[in-house]
Design a protein around this ligand. Structure first.
Ligand code: FES
Length: 115
């Protein structure tokens, strides 16, 4: 079983600043991770697109729980990172928890070596 390490990325929801496209960027151990907001849920995902490395911070969350890449508009499911069209690209995803004392992102231990 994979071990998840939780990282506090903010003291409260109010200190996370989402774009008009409902994407925000935070840092975990010096690495950028994006957050996406869909309805009441928040999701974590890699800051760069697996297709050609575009900054996902410039993308947006659509009305069907996908984050849309700003360059070639591939759509990735926020829950599992799979691309909507089945082209075989997968966006890394991370669990996000809103706790009483802040916002936490869960990363599998050893995961950062694949960034
Ligand atoms: S760089 Fe994201 S879809 Fe091409």
């Amino acid at each position: 079983m994979k071990k998840i390490k939780w990282h506090k990325v903010a003291d409260s929801s109010a200190s996370i600043h989402f774009t008009a496209g409902n994407v925000a960027e935070v840092e975990v151990e010096g690495k950028k991770i994006c957050l996406g907001r869909f309805q009441e849920e928040w999701y974590g995902f890699a800051a760069t697109c697996p297709h050609a490395g575009a900054p996902m911070m410039d993308g947006y969350v659509d009305g069907a729980c996908h984050v849309v890449c700003p360059v070639h508009q591939l759509k990735f499911n926020l829950k599992n990172g799979r691309d909507k069209n089945g082209d075989g690209y997968a966006l890394k995803t991370y669990a996000v928890e809103k706790r009483e004392d802040g916002i936490y992102v869960g990363v599998e231990e050893g995961r950062f070596k694949w960034f």
